[in-house]
Write a protein that binds this ligand. Structure first.
Ligand SMILES: Cc1ncc(COP(=O)(O)O)c(C=O)c1O
Length: 438
């Protein structure tokens, strides 16, 4: 795949050589070196300076981690599945970036673009992909739009998806179906399902000769189901079917290794479990699939003969450089704690929550207790006789406990998202409030 570096001096990614050339010519080297000196080193160093825990249940360690967040101490934030909260090095990097842009105007863009180029490489490593397989997007929604419109399909072909897809995943397919005459087929997976084999078998039974694409979540937004991406992608590939995954909810709470998972396409947000600034995401297109993928956007550099190149997906024109540059300290923050430690901590918290929910009357879990089928960070459940939205309001009103809900598609569930910065004491508080009202 050709990269943006083939187009130095365009309005996309000009590289460091161009930046230096420009600076040296403009001011005998002064402009370039002063700008380089303002790179946001301190926020990055702060993110890298955190040590991993000695044990997952060492609450004093996690209390220390919590000091790196701005979270309102009066609030119990259990809604990371809607939006993650940025740690301080990340908000600092965003602030520093905009101050530099306010100080130097357009020239401040160059060092930020360097950071963005690094961020893209680091995202690829974070997701177990190669550098030329990943592009940065604004969010999962944007990546999902590129997926639904970028796969070659003919009139009468069908995409098979679950009944649990997020609206951001459904809408672009709906639009393509209306405009270009493809069909949308659906398979319903129980919440929770009984086994990985059951999930794969349900998909298999729903495939028809017209099925050209399998589209499903890695982790569902509502019931927090963990789908067996590798098994489903293998099954699809054996039948010549494309596998496309909505990964908005997974990186950051569960390890993601896209080469191992084997899907063709994967779109994710980074601003949920990876704690990057809102407005950041990633799209993965497997190397071997790139010749079958057609990005919707055109870039705004010189037209080339490789208009299908993946890099065209990235935002072009003037955009939010400091936001994207701050992906780096967010990933460094996670790596400093350790991705495996974060996974274990998230598992520990959601297992604890499930155990404590047993003490309440009328609870039906939508999330599986089986780790191979459940998200480590999302736990959803129905409370018999209660409207989930009403309960959500009561939790907030009584104790400022912030959760989300999953209503519709036969669900009426409270969704609790617990990430590593949450504590068992916060889960106890949630249970106390339920005990008061149920
Ligand atoms: C499964 C799923 N897909 C897509 C999205 C959309 O994500 P974004 O807001 O980052 O575009 C969400 C957001 O909650 C989601 O849960």
């Amino acid at each position: 795949m050709r990269t943006n570096e083939d187009h130095p001096g365009t309005d996309g990614y000009a590289d460091r050589r161009d930046f230096l050339k420009y600076g040296l010519v403009a001011a005998g080297g002064v402009a370039a070196s002063s700008l380089l000196a303002t790179e946001p080193a301190s926020a990055q160093a702060a993110a890298e300076g955190i040590s991993p825990p000695s044990s997952i249940d060492d609450e004093s360690y996690w209390k220390g981690i919590r000091t790196h967040f701005h979270i309102d101490p009066e609030v119990i934030y259990l809604n990371n599945g809607s939006l993650g909260v940025c740690p301080r090095p990340v908000t600092q990097a965003v602030y520093d970036g905009y101050v530099r842009m306010g100080t130097y105007g357009m020239e401040a863009r160059w060092p930020l673009q360097e950071q963005i180029r690094e961020a893209r490489k680091e995202c690829a490593a974070y997701l177990g992909a190669s550098e030329n397989e990943v592009v940065l997007t604004r969010n999962a929604t944007q990546g999902l739009m590129h997926i639904a419109n970028g796969i070659r399909m003919n009139r009468g072909d069908a995409v098979l998806m679950t009944t649990d897809e997020h609206i951001a995943g459904i809408n672009p397919w709906r639009r393509r179906a209306e405009r270009f005459g493809i069909d949308m087929h659906h398979v319903q997976i129980p919440s929770p399902p009984g086994s990985v084999d059951e999930v794969v078998a349900l998909f298999e039974e729903a495939i028809t000769p017209r099925t050209k694409v399998l589209f499903f979540c890695h982790i569902t937004r509502g019931p927090g189901l963990l789908y067996p991406v590798r098994e489903l992608s293998n099954m699809a590939r054996e039948r010549g079917i494309v596998s496309a995954v909505d990964g908005a909810q997974s990186p950051g709470m569960t390890p993601v290794d896209l080469h191992e998972m084997g899907c063709d396409l994967f779109a994710t947000s980074l601003h949920k479990w990876s704690l990057t600034p809102p407005g950041t995401g990633c799209l993965y297109v497997r190397e071997g699939f790139q010749d079958h993928f057609w990005p919707l956007s055109n870039g705004n550099g010189p037209w080339s003969d490789n208009e299908r190149a993946l890099w065209l997906v990235e935002p072009w024109g003037t955009h939010e450089y400091p936001i994207r540059a701050a992906i780096r300290p967010a990933l460094s923050f996670l790596h400093s704690i350790g991705l495996d430690n974060i996974y274990a901590r998230d598992r520990m918290l959601s297992d604890y929550l499930k155990e404590r929910l047993n003490e309440l009357p009328g609870i039906r879990l939508g999330t599986s207790r089986d780790h191979s089928l459940s998200s480590p960070g999302i736990t959803s459940f129905e409370v018999e006789g209660w409207d989930a939205q009403l309960l959500r309001g009561i939790l907030d009103g009584k104790a400022r406990v912030r959760v989300s809900t999953d209503q519709g598609r036969n669900h009426d569930m409270i969704r609790v998202s617990t990430h590593f910065y949450n504590t068992p004491a916060e889960i106890d508080k949630l249970i106390d409030v339920f005990k008061e009202i149920l």
